[in-house]
Design a protein. Structure first.
Length: 272
């Protein structure tokens, strides 16, 4: 894994979000987003829900809503997210903004008190089985907020908050889904798959096999057995399923071992 510390970025991302929301016209709040059935106001309410659930769980050790009988994690999250968003439709945009302002600093305190190398409060399932490190849990939360802000920006035709300092950690965090995407592709120890992400926030990363599992590294290899080249916009939209795998393939260049390259293109960095 490639450790990253995203804690200083939450205030910056939140400030950009608040400036965006305060600039919206009344009609903008009703515009549809890429999230099926959700408007700009709904996505904003969902961000607020993320704040509330994290503060309640991490700070207050509150278990939250119970799972239904036989309910899977994706089904559970879809249900409780929809329930919250639907209930918050009675709240005004001004109140949504005020609640984000009030609760954001509480999240900052949680991140500041987290041991980055210790066990995560919430494991990151899409990055593999087992206990996740604290830094990856926090990075996952940062990507959640950043992506939802981009979805709002897309809906109201505003430029993305995609300067290098904000976007590069999103790309690195999402690339930690590569080992899971390759988990069923057993290759000899030392086999490598290179990712080249173009754009100001991009770079080169490599998936390396130990003979049974894959690990994401920054090491470079002269001739990887497979390579995937895509731009930074394609990567984050693919990983968050803002675009389909097929659309991402059309926007990418795959070389070498086709099975490995195709599998790498299925990386998914959300629970679905």
């Amino acid at each position: 894994m490639i450790p990253i510390d995203t804690r200083p970025l939450f205030r910056i991302e939140r400030q950009a979000l608040l400036e965006l929301l305060r600039s919206l016209e009344p009609a903008d709040w009703n515009k549809p987003t890429v999230c099926p059935g959700w408007s700009v106001a709904d996505v904003t309410a969902h961000i607020l829900n993320d704040y509330i659930r994290r503060i309640s769980g991490s700070r207050d050790e509150h278990g939250g809503a119970a799972f239904g009988d036989g309910e899977t994690l994706p089904a559970y999250l879809a249900r409780i997210n929809e329930e919250f968003v639907r209930a918050m439709r009675q709240c005004s945009p001004r109140l949504l903004i005020e609640l984000l302002v009030q609760l954001g600093p509480e999240l900052d305190l949680i991140w500041a008190a987290t041991d980055l190398e210790g066990p995560a409060h919430l494991d990151v399932s899409w990055a593999g089985s087992g206990v996740s490190p604290g830094w990856l849990d926090i990075a996952r939360e940062y990507t959640e907020f950043w992506v939802h802000q981009q979805q709002i920006r897309d809906a109201v035709y505003r430029p993305g908050a995609d300067d290098v300092s904000m976007l590069r950690p999103v790309l690195v965090a999402f690339l930690h889904a590569v080992p899971t995407a390759l988990r069923d592709r057993i290759r000899p120890r030392g086999t490598t798959v290179r990712f080249e992400i173009t754009g100001p926030a991009g770079g080169h990363w490599t998936g390396v096999s130990d003979g049974q599992h894959w690990e994401l590294t920054t090491s470079q290899t002269v001739e990887p057995i497979a390579s995937v080249r895509m731009d930074q916009d394609t990567l984050w939209r693919l990983a968050s399923r803002g675009i389909t795998v097929e659309t991402a393939r059309q926007r990418s260049e795959l070389r070498g071992d086709q099975e490995l390259a195709e599998s790498a293109m299925t990386l998914l960095a959300v629970v679905a």
